[in-house]
Design a binder for this molecule. Structure first.
Ligand SMILES: Nc1nc2c(ncn2[C@@H]2O[C@H](COP(=O)(O)OP(=O)(O)O)[C@@H](O)[C@H]2O)c(=O)[nH]1
Ligand SMILES: [Mg+2]
Ligand SMILES: [Zn+2]
Length: 317
């Protein structure tokens, strides 16, 4: 099953003014598409939801359950956001605003690839934010066709030791995709990763044809062309949904405490038991067991760097 296009013109009169519950399946700036169980319909925030907010980039996020009211033109007004089970947010550094990337997500899949670069500092940010939000994460190492055998498992060993499920993959030739597809069954999975790692390639492989059907919603409105971030949900035959995202170039922490950061770096917390000072922050203190362990290769140097950066960012928030 794929999401179908907008309601037929003949149905519009009948649908006008009807209130319905739906789920947000696409966001592109102020423009959204909602799934009412039968159709994908273009929608935009109405009433108080349409008002800007100084600290909030978007009131409506992909994954939100909403109530909406049909309008005579076929577009729907989103009137109310139903309570969220969870949300994954980031801070937009230049404006200081919260960007709610997605809501009511069952699983986060972080994708990285040797090209444009195995960006583990971004990975550590995603994993920390998801853990703080109570969302389980898995890791996709894509473009394994560009790597020597064993390279992925070596680079990802610190994460596998922590219990993150790893999917080595080549979205281009299909390797590893069926294992991942099974993991998606019956869940809403958010796909995040640096531009160019292969998110859209994977999504199109999993749900061929869906993109065009949903894209039509926005071709009709012609709106949202100049916005940079977008999210688009694709329904799979196994009842899973994968949300492809684009334009998320940075991921500063939003409402993440230093305790949350510690929880995301248990190997560092455990090494810290050997520090001389119980409140050691592992930056310049003498007899720091964490710096020691990093220097001896017992904990990953890049994870340690991420930890220091994120702890500082969390404290400053
Ligand atoms: N070699 C290789 N290239 C890939 C693979 N997956 C995607 N690509 C390429 O990487 C580029 C970026 O892919 P895209 O899906 O647009 O990345 P996105 O920005 O994360 O959505 C495209 O040229 C893809 O063909 C893969 O598994 N192996
Ligand atoms: Mg893409
Ligand atoms: Zn220390």
């Amino acid at each position: 099953m794929i999401f179908q296009g907008v309601a037929l013109p003949a149905l519009r009169e009948q649908l006008a003014q009807e209130t319905f519950e739906a789920r947000v399946v696409q966001t592109l700036g102020k423009w959204h598409a909602v799934w009412d169980g039968k159709h994908v319909r273009p929608a935009f925030p109405g009433g108080r939801l349409a008002l800007g907010a100084r600290h909030l980039k978007n009131r409506v996020a992909v994954g939100d359950y909403v109530t909406a009211r049909s309008q005579p033109g076929g577009e729907a007004l989103i009137e109310k956001i139903l309570p969220r089970r969870n949300k994954l947010s980031r801070k937009i550094t230049f404006s200081g605003q919260e960007h709610v990337v997605a809501a009511n997500i069952d699983l986060l899949a972080v994708m990285l690839a040797p090209n444009p670069g195995l960006n583990t500092s971004l990975l550590d940010r995603f994993l920390t934010a998801a853990l703080a939000a109570g969302i389980e994460s898995v890791i996709i190492a894509n473009k394994v066709d560009l790597l020597a055998p064993g390279e992925v498992s070596q680079a990802m060993a610190p994460y596998e030791r922590l219990g993150y499920q790893l999917f080595p993959m080549s979205a281009k030739n299909g390797k590893g995709i069926e294992e991942f597809r099974e993991r998606l069954a019956g869940r809403w999975t958010l796909l995040l990763g640096h531009t160019g790692v292969g998110k859209t390639t994977l999504t199109n492989f999993l749900a061929p044809g869906a993109r065009r059907a949903v894209g039509e919603v926005f071709e009709k409105t012609g709106k949202g062309k100049h916005t940079t971030t977008s999210a688009l949900a694709h329904m799979l035959e196994n009842g899973g949904v994968i949300v492809d995202t684009a334009g998320i170039r940075e991921f500063a922490l939003w409402e993440v405490t230093w305790r949350d950061v510690e929880a995301a770096f248990p190997e560092i917390v455990s090494a810290a038991r050997g520090c001389r000072f119980p409140d050691c922050r592992h930056s310049r203190e003498p007899d720091c067991a964490v710096r020691d362990a990093a220097a001896r290769g017992m904990i990953s140097e890049s994870r340690f760097e991420s930890y220091l950066t994120l702890i500082q960012e969390a404290e400053g928030s």
